[in-house]
Design a binder for this molecule. Structure first.
Ligand SMILES: Nc1ncnc2c1ncn2[C@@H]1O[C@H](COP(=O)(O)OP(=O)(O)OP(=O)(O)O)[C@@H](O)[C@H]1O
Length: 227
């Protein structure tokens, strides 16, 4: 449902992605791995036309236009690195910001609160009054309310305690069971191995791996990715 065709990306002329092509099918869970600076975040941002992008990105076979809200309206949502919670809005207001008009979806507020009961309990609190783990849940909730067919997550477990990471893994499994595809950016392959069936690997802006997640155990694959 999401396809990259020969994507290149650069910041003020400095090339950070080159000739990146892959496709993610409906309902798939894919892990995108690579070292710091390999271009993972840039790959996700290029769906929104940021930074300067060449090549073609398609959703359900149709190219994406230049409007930054178009991917969300067409079923591709991002949980950005660093969560980006709005401090002056309540938890519920933060969630509702993510709503994309006109999209019917499994994910209404009641189902989101069932997935993350902590958010329901804290629904009237300010978004930034939550713990780090709850803020990550809030960022995921805000993306889910848009009814994505593909949810892209940029290092969702960064800086979180193992017990919270386990809660998130269980939430991702439930999200996946609804048929939503996941594209999970992670530096730690253990998380990818728990959730994904396929991996993509970036190294210095180039796609150097695309295969079954079991291959991540092979030393030659790890050396290629240089994790
Ligand atoms: N706003 C920016 N302006 C200039 N260069 C940038 C900008 N953002 C990222 N870069 C550069 O682009 C390259 C790819 O960065 P990117 O954040 O996509 O990598 P990443 O794989 O997501 O790394 P990380 O795990 O650190 O988030 C890096 O060399 C980085 O320094």
């Amino acid at each position: 449902m999401l396809e990259f065709r020969k994507i290149g990306a650069s910041y003020d002329g400095a090339v950070v992605l080159q000739d990146v092509s892959f496709a993610i099918e409906q309902g798939e869970t894919v892990g995108l791995v690579g070292r710091n600076g390999a271009g993972k975040t840039t790959a996700l941002m290029s769906v929104y036309g940021v930074p300067d992008v060449t090549g073609h990105i398609l959703i359900d076979g149709r190219p994406i236009g230049r409007r930054s809200y178009e991917p969300t309206g067409r079923g591709v949502s991002l949980v950005p690195q660093g969560k980006r919670i709005y401090p002056n809005l309540t938890v519920e207001e933060n969630i509702m910001l993510g709503r994309a008009s006109g999209r019917e979806s499994h994910w209404n507020l009641a189902r989101i609160y069932e997935l993350f009961p902590n958010l329901e309990r804290g629904s009237n609190r300010m978004g930034t009054a939550l713990s780090g783990g709850e803020q990550q849940m809030l960022a995921i909730a805000r993306a889910l309310i848009s009814g994505p067919k593909l949810l892209m997550l940029d290092e969702p477990t960064e800086g979180l305690a193992p017990v919270i990471i386990d809660e998130l893994i269980s939430a991702f499994q439930k999200i996946r069971e609804t048929g939503t595809a996941l594209l999970l950016v992670e530096q730690h392959i253990a998380m990818i191995q728990k959730l994904a069936s396929r991996y993509l690997a970036l190294r210095k802006g180039e796609l150097v791996g695309d295969g079954p997640v079991a291959d991540l155990d092979r030393r030659e694959v790890q050396e290629l990715i240089a994790l």
